[in-house]
Design a protein around this ligand. Structure first.
Ligand SMILES: [Zn+2]
Length: 422
């Protein structure tokens, strides 16, 4: 398409979603939790399908804003329709009974990984249905895995772990698709209240939250989630097969850059090592990576908290660890874990033999959703960086799972972090 055409289209007019022509049109119905994909119906959230949209928001989470900028620059044709040829999943996931339980999964679309297949007829007729889940293969190259091999903890088997230390995985990207009545129920509030708060607290970003009570699905502008599977993905749904799992919340500073103030990367790579080792002995491993940076408070808040911790009277201590976050952010932790188990249910998980997490919020959410947890695995002492002792001791004192000694009072004050100028 010519760039000039794009500019013309872009500048033409804006249709408000509260405009009466936009309301209660004949749109494909969504029956969340229905017994088959056909009965559930496709989620149509593409902007190019204004008349058929049965969801609020659009695809790609927060990246939709970059898409808008790209269109604004005239580089991206606004009416582009994806050619989905050859994009199908490399491994079959489900369907599992949890997919058709309207309460087990409320924050992702379980059929979102196979719209190419289950909604082929609709797509062939011209409906712009996009996948919200993608499944592919990858090889991981991690220095910690090579170190584990050098130290003899992990050995090459040629299939899961190669001679050169590469680890074979299936990886799955999942975009959030929220069924608002189900989300409201999880949070124990009414759908109306949830919609009003989402509308107000995003600066009125999605008017349909208040103008379109007939639409119950929201694709929120938040980060996606990635699952890494070691071994056969179908084994995740077999409670007889040993499963080692870490549910990890993003921490860019540690995960990617190796910052030593917390235990995030060492806990993550320990989880990966254990996941690979479990797969090697006939089990299956799973790492789920959630984009909830800085306890879902964001990196700016997180760095402000680091400074407040390091500059407080008496220095950075485990005693005041949570207090400093609350002073700056208004809350100790904004992650809430109520929606986290949805991905486990999408993968058919019924039993986790080894759960790599010390968080009671995560443990309670998983077991509360009906998944059995056998062992809880805390991070081994020798993997904790010196400056991260403040975090780990504070967490243990706050009730995080540990088999080790829990400090209090003076003991916690005595666990000191590095000063800003050290
Ligand atoms: Zn961290």
């Amino acid at each position: 398409m010519e760039k000039d055409n794009l500019k013309f289209e872009r500048a033409s007019h804006v249709i408000l979603t509260s405009h009466k022509n936009q309301i209660y049109k004949e749109i494909p119905s969504v029956n969340w939790g229905a017994k088959t994909a056909k009965e559930r119906g496709p989620i149509v959230a593409t902007i190019s399908e204004k008349d058929n949209r049965n969801a609020i928001g659009t695809h790609s989470g927060s990246y939709t804003v970059y898409r808008a900028l790209s269109i604004a620059k005239g580089e991206f044709p606004a009416d582009h329709k994806s050619d989905l040829h050859n994009t199908e999943a490399t491994a079959q996931i489900g369907p599992y009974p949890s997919w058709t339980d309207p309460e087990k999964i409320v924050s992702i679309d379980p059929w979102g990984g196979e719209v190419q297949k289950v909604f082929k007829e609709e797509i062939d007729k011209g409906l712009d249905v996009r996948p919200t889940i993608a499944v592919t293969q990858a090889q991981l190259q991690l220095p910690e895995i090579k170190e584990a091999m050098r130290e003899g903890r992990l050995k090459a088997d040629g299939k899961i772990v190669k001679e050169n230390g590469d680890v074979a995985v299936t990886k799955i990207a999942l975009e959030p698709v929220w069924f608002l009545p189900g989300i409201a129920k999880r949070l124990n509030i009414s759908e109306g209240e949830l919609r009003k708060i989402l509308f107000n607290e995003t600066g009125g970003m999605f008017p349909e939250l208040v103008t379109r009570p007939d639409l119950h699905v929201l694709l929120p502008p938040i980060g996606s989630t990635t699952a890494y599977i070691f071994g056969n993905p179908a084994d995740l749904a077999n409670p007889e097969v040993e499963l080692s799992c870490r549910v990890h919340d993003e921490c860019n500073g540690s995960d990617v850059f190796g910052s030593d103030i917390c235990t995030c990367r060492p806990y993550l790579t320990y989880g990966i090592e254990h996941a690979a080792a479990t797969a090697q002995k006939g089990g299956v491993g799973l790492i789920v990576y959630f984009r909830k940076e800085g306890r879902a408070l964001g990196e700016v808040t997180k760095f402000l908290v680091y400074n407040a911790r390091k500059r407080q009277v008496g220095g950075d201590s485990a005693l005041n660890y949570f207090k400093r976050t609350e002073c700056v952010a208004g809350v100790e932790d904004a992650r809430f874990q109520e929606l986290m188990p949805d991905i486990l249910h999408y993968l058919g998980v019924q039993k986790i033999h080894n759960l790599h997490s010390m968080s009671n919020m995560k443990y309670d959410a998983i077991t509360g959703s009906g998944i059995e947890v056998v062992n809880r695995i805390s991070i081994p002492k020798e993997l904790i960086p010196a400056d991260a002792q403040v975090e780990i001791e504070a967490k243990k004192a706050a009730g995080y799972f540990t088999e080790e000694e829990i400090k209090d009072g003076d003991g916690l004050q005595g666990v000191q972090g590095r000063k800003l100028d050290e």
